[in-house]
Design a protein around this ligand. Structure first.
Ligand code: 2AM
Ligand code: CA
Ligand code: CA
Ligand code: CA
Length: 264
C-alpha cells in the first residue's frame, strides 16, 4: 500500500529544496547545450535538478519508477505501480534568457492514473498542486472549479510558432481564425506555467502542437481536478507516456474550440 501523504510530503520538500538549488545557480556560470535543434536548450542545472529528484526518490521510495526529461529516470515499459514524471526545468529557454517564467513540473501516477500533480514557480516560490479527488491548491489557497467562458471573452496561451503554418497542422486549418476571435493570445514559453495559469483562470485555454509527458503530466492532474478538459487537438484522451498535441481549456470552451476551430 502506498502512503500518499508521505509521497506528497516528500514531493513538496524536494520541490522546495530543488527550487533553492536553482536560485543558487543564478550566481554560477551556466553550461548551455542544445538537444534536438539549435533552439532546444538544456543546461547543467536541468540535469542536476533531475538527478537530485531521482536520487531522493530512489532512496526513499525504491519501488517507485521515474520518467524524467533529461534521461536520469527509468526506461518505462508499462504504467504499473507508482511513476513520477518529472520536468526539472520547464521553460529552459526562459531560465537561460530571463531567469524567470520557468517551473518544475511533477506528475505522480498510480497504475497509470494521475494521482498527485505539482507545478512549482521557483522564482515566486509559489506551488500549485492537486491530489485527484481532493482539490487543487495555489499554496494554501484552495482553487475554485473552472467556469465556462465564451470564445470571444477568452484569453488563450499559444506559441506564435503554432499560429504560423507548421508541420503538425493542415495549412488550410490553422489557429489564425481562433486567434482572431478570442479576446487575446499570450505566449509564455513554459507549458507548466500555462497549465498553472489555466488552473487559476489567468488563461482560459492553452494550445500546443507537441508536448512530452513531462510537460503535461503535472498540469493535467491539477487542471482536471478543477473541471478543466485536457485532450489532444482531435479531442482524444492523452496517452500518458506519449508525445501529443494539447488542448487544455475550461469546460464548454474546450468543446467550442474543438468543434468550431479544429475539426475540419
Ligand atoms: P522545456 O523547456 O522543458 O523543454 C516551450 O514553448 C514549451 O514547450 C516548454 O514547456 C518546453 O519545455 C516545451 N517543449 C517541448 N518540446 C520542446 C522542444 N523540442 N524545444 C523547446 N521546447 C519544447
Ligand atoms: Ca527541454
Ligand atoms: Ca518541458
Ligand atoms: Ca525541461
Amino acid at each position: 500500500m502506498t502512503c500518499w501523504a508521505s509521497v506528497d510530503e516528500h514531493a513538496k520538500l524536494w520541490l522546495k529544496e530543488a527550487g533553492k538549488k536553482i536560485i543558487a545557480s543564478f550566481q554560477t556560470a551556466l553550461e548551455i547545450n542544445t538537444k534536438a535543434d539549435a533552439n532546444d536548450l538544456v543546461t547543467n542545472i536541468d540535469q542536476q535538478i533531475e538527478q537530485y529528484f531521482t536520487k531522493e526518490i530512489r532512496l526513499t521510495f525504491p519501488s517507485h519508477k521515474i520518467l524524467g526529461e533529461e534521461g536520469f529516470g527509468d526506461e518505462l515499459v508499462n504504467t504499473d505501480g507508482v511513476i513520477w514524471i518529472i520536468d526539472p526545468i520547464d521553460g529552459t529557454m526562459n531560465f537561460v534568457h530571463q531567469q524567470r517564467n520557468f517551473f518544475i513540473s511533477i506528475g505522480i501516477l498510480d497504475n497509470g492514473i494521475g494521482k498527485l500533480g505539482y507545478l512549482y514557480d521557483v522564482v515566486h516560490d509559489e506551488l500549485y498542486y492537486a491530489e485527484a479527488g481532493k482539490g487543487a491548491y495555489w499554496d494554501e489557497l484552495k482553487l475554485p472549479k473552472l467556469e465556462e467562458v465564451p470564445v470571444e471573452n477568452a484569453l488563450i496561451g499559444c506559441s506564435a510558432t503554432w499560429m504560423a503554418p507548421n508541420r503538425y497542422m493542415d495549412p488550410t486549418n490553422t489557429l489564425i481564425p481562433l486567434a482572431q476571435d478570442v479576446r487575446g493570445t499570450r505566449s509564455y514559453g513554459s507549458a507548466a506555467l500555462e497549465f498553472a495559469y489555466v488552473a487559476t483562470g489567468r488563461l482560459d485555454a492553452y494550445i500546443s502542437m507537441r508536448l512530452s509527458p513531462w510537460d503535461f503530466a503535472g498540469g493535467k492532474i491539477i487542471v482536471e481536478e478543477l473541471g478543466g478538459i485536457v485532450t489532444d487537438l482531435n479531442g482524444e484522451k492523452l496517452s500518458i507516456l506519449q508525445k501529443s498535441s494539447i488542448l487544455v481549456a475550461k469546460p464548454g470552451l474546450h468543446a467550442k474550440i474543438l468543434e468550431n476551430y479544429l475539426k475540419k
